[in-house]
Design a protein around this ligand. Structure first.
Ligand code: AMP
Length: 424
């Protein structure tokens, strides 16, 4: 029969990797907790409209990359391509604004985009991120940006680059789009087909272009920062002042508009050269119209999302596998020994909470010893037919090779550190 493989760009993670993942996830849970952010877990499937409405019809994510299908009931559903829209959907649905002036949420979970897979780009990937919903003030921007940065910094990611910008309100974006279009009007023919389409529908996105020729054209474009009104300029200046106070290093790039349509005012991205061409570790920004756009009140918000796989790459934990190690391996020969083996494992785990395994293949003594070595067992307990007859077992310390016999009914006591201390 033909075997069935996983889907391109979607990967299995094994225990040698999930051990590292769990460690990083635990650090993240703790980091968010001490900042007063609470975890939210939303479904991986949502109505496709949620994303169509907020991410924008003209973005790649919605246009080309979203996994969506018609459900048997007639609804068009989608695998979430990001977690901000679901978080805001949940915020509105459960009237979270009534509970706290500012709702502070974080998430860690899978997202799906049908992109062309390459290093650092998958079709199922994990994102962690936060949403602070309810404050329009620049100190909230500073908290969110500094949290995003501090995670990488705390974990020791090198060559960090934080880039910030302000794209202003929806009106400012519209005003600037016109200015940009005017500037580009002489060069439309030199633009790629994709950019030509964007020129017509969403010119701001041309600034995201990675192509060298287009970058050359864009370089001379008027800065969006000049289109900001006074209060928008003041907001951005205050964000910078707060970041300076917090010793967060950043550069300003007026071309950082980010792919998603919902951003207003502050946008930011964190990159590192050490993970290859897909160098974005994290992206975020303000989205002051999103809550209202999804049917809620007019409530301002800001957040960020970061990729777990890219974080693991930046930490060099993507290839490095955690080493297996167990406390005790029980080797047994014969039916009676198997019964005793099961019992001893059970007692050691339940009474002492130590990590114990035994053979399940009824292999030879040699093969069981090989298993114990492979698992890096600190001790083995050997239950041969001869020993069982005499109601004893052999405890062997693997590092020194030393061994001694102990009565079967109290053999577990030799692994009780507290107990042996009492004996001394
Ligand atoms: P975005 O929602 O596009 O701003 O992405 C936020 C972060 O998620 C990026 O900075 C990446 O770290 C990560 N990310 C986005 N798309 C992918 C992907 N296809 N594969 C792996 N990581 C991704």
């Amino acid at each position: 029969m033909m075997k069935i493989n996983s889907i391109k760009g979607m990967h299995d993670l094994f225990s040698s990797q999930t051990q590292n993942w769990k460690q990083i996830e635990n650090l993240l849970h703790n980091f968010f907790d001490i900042h007063g952010y609470g975890e939210i877990r939303t479904p991986v499937v949502e109505k496709a409209d949620l994303f169509n409405r907020v991410i924008g019809d003209e973005t790649d994510i919605v246009n080309k990359e979203m996994y969506s299908w018609k459900d048997q009931g007639g609804d068009v559903l989608a695998l979430r391509p990001e977690l901000t829209a679901p978080s805001v959907r949940s915020y509105i649905e459960h009237s979270m604004d009534k509970r706290n002036k500012v709702a502070k949420l974080y998430y860690i979970g899978p997202a799906f985009r049908r992109e062309r897979p390459q290093k650092g780009r998958q079709r199922q990937f994990y994102q962690y991120g936060i949403e602070a919903i309810g404050s329009e003030h620049p100190e909230q921007d500073a908290e969110v940006i500094s949290m995003a940065y501090n995670i990488f910094n705390m974990l020791g990611v090198e060559n960090l680059e934080l880039v910030i910008n302000s794209v202003g309100s929806r009106e400012t974006k519209k005003k600037y789009s016109k200015i940009l279009k005017e500037y580009l009007s002489d060069n439309v023919e030199d633009l790629s087909d994709v950019s030509k389409e964007r020129y017509a529908k969403n010119p701001l996105r041309i600034l995201d272009s990675k192509s060298k020729e287009e970058q050359n054209i864009i370089k001379g474009a008027p800065s969006i920062l000049e289109s900001l009104d006074d209060s928008e300029k003041k907001h951005f200046a205050q964000v910078q002042r707060f970041l300076d106070k917090l010793n967060i290093p950043y550069t300003i790039d007026p071309q950082l508009v980010r792919g998603l349509d919902y951003y207003t005012l502050t946008t930011f991205e964190i990159r590192t050269q050490s993970i290859g061409s897909q160098d974005a570790l994290c992206g975020g920004g303000r989205y002051n119209n999103l809550v209202e756009q999804l049917g809620g009140k007019s409530i301002p918000a800001i957040g960020f999302a970061a990729g777990m796989e890219r974080l693991m790459m930046a930490l060099n934990l993507d290839k490095q596998t955690a080493e297996a190690k167990i406390d005790v391996f029980v080797i047994s020969a014969g039916d009676d020994a198997v019964t005793n083996s099961l019992k001893i494992c059970d007692t050691l785990r339940n009474q002492l909470g130590i990590k114990v395994m035994m053979d399940f293949t009824r292999g030879s003594f040699k093969s069981q010893m090989r298993q114990a070595n492979k698992l890096n067992a600190e001790y083995v307990i050997i239950l041969g037919e001869e020993e069982i007859k005499r109601k004893v077992g052999i405890i062997k310390t693997m590092s020194s090779g030393e061994q001694f016999e102990a009565p079967l009914d109290t053999i577990h006591k030799h692994f009780d550190v507290e107990h042996s201390k009492d004996d001394e």
